[in-house]
Design a protein around this ligand. Sequence first.
Ligand SMILES: [Zn+2]
Length: 103
Amino acid sequence: MATAKTVPGRCEHCGAMFEVPAETIGLETQCPHCRRQTEVLLAVGVVDGAASRKAMIWAVVGVLVLAALLAAGFFALHMARRLKEKRSMPRQGVELRWIRSQG
Ligand SMILES: [Zn+2]
């Protein structure tokens, strides 16, 4: 094919970028930079994949932090409510004992 489309390739050993025909992606070739046999990796795909994976990890971390803060907020609210209930409990307890001692 004379009009083969070239794509940015990357050497798996030295990471050097070079133009390769699209159909050679995944094939073994000699790196023009380090002269070692390398599998031609699609440079754009690799970079994008790493970037989106990093972005996804940060998104997950963000969601987890938000969830933790939300859980902490609910827990604090719950504890405050329980504390309020506990404060009003002694009076009820006294009343119950008083009722029991009558019977
Ligand atoms: Zn190389």
